[in-house]
Design a protein around this ligand. Structure first.
Ligand SMILES: Cc1cc2nc3c(=O)[nH]c(=O)nc-3n(C[C@H](O)[C@H](O)[C@H](O)COP(=O)(O)OP(=O)(O)OC[C@H]3O[C@@H](n4cnc5c(N)ncnc54)[C@H](O)[C@@H]3O)c2cc1C
Length: 389
């Protein structure tokens, strides 16, 4: 039972949304019992996973222990997998059988790669959900087994991955054919035309081929077959063709939107005592959901925490206002493009913004210094390079 007005708040997920919520709850004057559960001991810097997968950046800059953040911000951390959410009993069940009771739940398990039900691809492709996945891809690329890398998905993650792989392998003087395969008739489908043109031009400079209107038909240890019968031998597949919400609520009576994301009200609730935030939450934007992005996740986590505190104090909740800082399509040769606060940005300036924001948004001063140092040396190598890359 909770002690008087001291409530138990459980946060499922220690990513950008969950940690922002934990921090905001413990920054308040009234201290409640905040328990955060995450399946990894560290928070992973997801926005630099493409750099990690290619072997460009050291993994140590992209991890920060959640236990340390718990000691700093004053929340309890449980390193465990949540296997079930029991809304009726207000409990979370952990993989080891423990049950964690809560008065309020902040549901923040993020997102995971969507293989669209294709088990063959799921078994053989590399994915980039977290640093563990990125390190697996990095080891495969470093093994020298592959002459071709196929990146499936022409969104900004796929483009980012392909450019890093191409650049790193060229620098190691072990160039690999790099191909982006996209099912639609264009890359970056939801972005403005000028970004598509700029990106296509840059990919072509880097010698990266783009195949639109194509999909992966089958894959095994080293052979990839496309639906147009193209076959790539000695090839490795990196799958970046979509994200979805984790399946944790699949058997629950919870409102769901596109990509299986939990539909939330304007105050981020999806039930009287529960909030969904970050990638897993769907804030309606016309017929689709809000974009999955770090800043949005952190803002939502913070807002849900404020609303939890308001509910505890018997006050009405407030509506969340989505603010979009913009987005960048990061490309490893420092010719990125995107928009920031409504203004178009491109080239080295756009790339610098990406790394500066990555350092700013992640946790740990040493990590920020490591990320900035990595970016500086990447830029130096780029301008020294005689190649067109
Ligand atoms: C490769 C890649 C590149 C990206 N690049 C950018 C970028 O450049 N800019 C940008 O703004 N965004 C980028 N994003 C998106 C950004 O990373 C997400 O929007 C952000 O991480 C969402 O935060 P979150 O807290 O919702 O989820 P996450 O940060 O994913 O955190 C969720 C946490 O919950 C844990 N979890 C899930 N299920 C369970 C469970 N059952 N039990 C216990 N723990 C669980 C997960 O392990 C994870 O630690 C990128 C994403 C990827 C994958």
């Amino acid at each position: 039972m909770s002690d008087g007005n001291k409530k138990r708040v459980a946060i499922l997920g220690g990513g950008f949304a969950g940690l922002a919520a934990a921090r905001a709850l413990q920054n308040s004057e009234k201290k409640h019992t905040v328990t955060l559960i995450n399946r990894h001991p560290d928070i992973h810097c997801r926005f630099l996973l493409p750099d990690l997968a290619a072997g460009a950046v050291d993994a140590k800059h992209l991890l920060h222990p959640i236990e340390r953040l718990g000691n700093r911000f004053g929340f309890d951390f449980i390193h465990a997998e949540v296997t079930k959410v029991l809304f009726e009993k207000k409990q979370l069940r952990l993989a080891d059988g423990r049950e964690i009771a809560y008065d309020y739940l902040i549901f923040a398990p993020g997102s995971e790669t969507n293989f669209h039900g294709n088990n063959n691809i799921m078994a053989h492709a590399y994915r980039l959900d977290n640093a563990v996945d990125a390190i697996a891809a990095m080891k495969a690329l470093a093994s020298g087994r592959y002459g071709t890398v196929v990146v499936c998905g022409g969104g900004y993650t796929g483009i980012e991955v392909a450019t890093h792989v191409r650049r790193v392998m060229n620098e190691r003087e072990r160039p690999v054919d790099t191909i982006i395969v996209e099912a639609r008739d264009t890359i970056l489908a939801s972005l403005p035309n000028w970004m598509k043109i700029y990106t296509l031009d840059n990919l072509s400079r880097m010698g990266i081929r783009v195949k639109t209107g194509a999909t992966v038909e089958s894959v095994d240890e080293a052979r990839i077959v496309l639906n147009d019968t193209t076959v790539y031998d000695d090839a490795c597949l990196i799958w970046t063709a979509g994200m979805k919400a984790p399946s944790l609520l699949d058997t629950q009576d919870a409102p769901r939107g596109p990509q299986g994301r939990t539909l939330v009200e304007r105050d981020l609730r999806f039930g009287p005592d529960r909030f969904a935030v970050g990638d897993t939450a769907c804030i309606r934007r016309g017929s689709s959901c809000s974009r999955m992005a770090v800043q949005a996740a952190a803002d939502q986590g913070k807002h849900a925490a404020h609303n939890v505190l308001r509910l505890i104090d018997g006050e009405p909740t407030t509506s969340f206002k989505l603010s979009d800082w913009g987005l960048i399509v990061p490309m490893a040769n420092w010719r990125s493009c995107g928009s920031a606060f409504g203004f178009p940005v491109r080239g080295a300036f756009a790339t610098s913004l990406h790394y500066l924001l990555s350092a700013y948004r992640f946790y740990g001063i040493n990590n920020a210094a490591g990320i900035l140092d990595y970016a500086r040396s990447s830029y130096r190598r780029q301008i020294r390079s005689k190649r067109k890359l």
